[in-house]
Design a protein around this ligand. Structure first.
Ligand code: PMP
Length: 305
């Protein structure tokens, strides 16, 4: 792993190695962190951070759920994202803002200071080279997502990713590209770190936020782009077997972008190749970054403001 030179940590750009935390930090013991994953892209108008404002809004929403005070404004976090990209001279990286309960008490309800950091690194294709073109083989995990009255899926919090790790590691161990989890209701939830879209008769179906999933910004982007293109999008509960029966299936997320799924649990999905609706959504989505899809909503936020 090659690390970048600079990182933003508690208000300043520092050398990567200096952004340390004490081993007795609350977050390390109890999962008490909230974070974001954001991508920046090269666009014809220069490097842009995709939906930065919406990502930092979700960061603050996650902190609110956990009653965690972030000692910076959203504007300061946005500026930190821009500054750390520019410091590293890489304007098309993945960005990881994180706020966490630091050192300042060992009890679960301790009011520790909140430490904040923003890192960047080269992500490339999260689920492996060429998966965006070829698709992956997925499986349904033996691990369910947490129930809505246990851990709030609407917060992007460190502790939630214990669930994600179980799902993703089981899938990899069994030789699959990614795992898909069911909610505690037994109905479809989402991938280990991605939301799901199923295609039936040309219409897009995606699982609802009540199904213990993260309200993904990529999911929202695709719903918006599809509806603007006159396509039907339905948010609905779906049982597992519809993964096998749909015409097309794909996952989406900041890291995974739009990753087609060619089989689930050994059953081929549709033709076993990325289908026309998946390709159309990829064209609309990636078109945002080469100027082919108009940026109607101001989602491309320049790195150099
Ligand atoms: N679900 C989970 C569990 C995730 O970790 C992610 C990635 N942040 C997503 C869905 C997709 O969300 P987004 O499109 O905002 O990256």
């Amino acid at each position: 792993m090659q690390y970048p030179e600079w990182i933003w940590h508690n208000g300043a750009i520092k050398p990567w190695a200096e952004a340390t935390t004490h081993v007795m930090s609350h977050a390390l013991h109890y999962g008490s962190s909230v974070f974001e994953g954001i991508r920046s892209y090269d666009t014809p108008k220069g490097p842009a951070i995709f939906r930065l404002t919406d990502h930092s809004r979700r960061l603050f929403a996650s902190a609110k759920i956990y009653d965690m005070a972030i000692p910076y404004s959203p504007e300061q976090i946005n500026q930190a994202c821009r500054d750390v990209l520019e410091a590293n001279g890489n304007t098309t990286d993945y960005l990881r803002p994180i706020a966490y309960r630091g050192l300042g008490g060992f009890g679960l309800s301790a009011d520790t200071p909140t430490d904040v950091s923003v890192a960047t690194w080269k992500m490339g294709q999260y689920l492996g080279a060429s998966v965006v073109d070829e698709g992956i083989d997925a499986c349904v995990s033996s691990w369910q997502r947490f129930a809505p009255n246990t851990i709030p899926a609407g917060a992007k919090a460190g502790g939630n990713y214990l669930s994600g790790q179980l799902v993703a590691r089981e899938a990899r161990r069994l030789g699959f590209g990614e795992g898909i989890a069911l909610a505690s209701t037994g109905l479809l939830s989402e991938g280990a770190g991605e939301n799901l879209f199923l295609v039936f008769d040309g219409a897009l179906h995606t699982t609802p936020i009540s199904a213990a999933l993260l309200n993904g910004i990529t999911r929202n982007t695709l719903i918006t782009l599809a509806r603007d293109a006159g396509m039907e999008v339905i948010e609905r509960d779906l049982p597992r077997e519809y993964l096998y029966l749909c015409d097309e299936l794909f996952m989406c997320g900041t890291a995974a972008e739009i990753t087609p799924i060619r089989s689930v649990d050994g059953r081929q999905v549709g033709s076993g190749k990325p289908g026309p609706v998946t390709k159309k959504m990829q064209d609309l989505f990636f078109g945002l970054f080469d100027g082919k899809t108009p940026d109607k909503y101001g989602w491309l936020e320049p790195v150099s403001a």
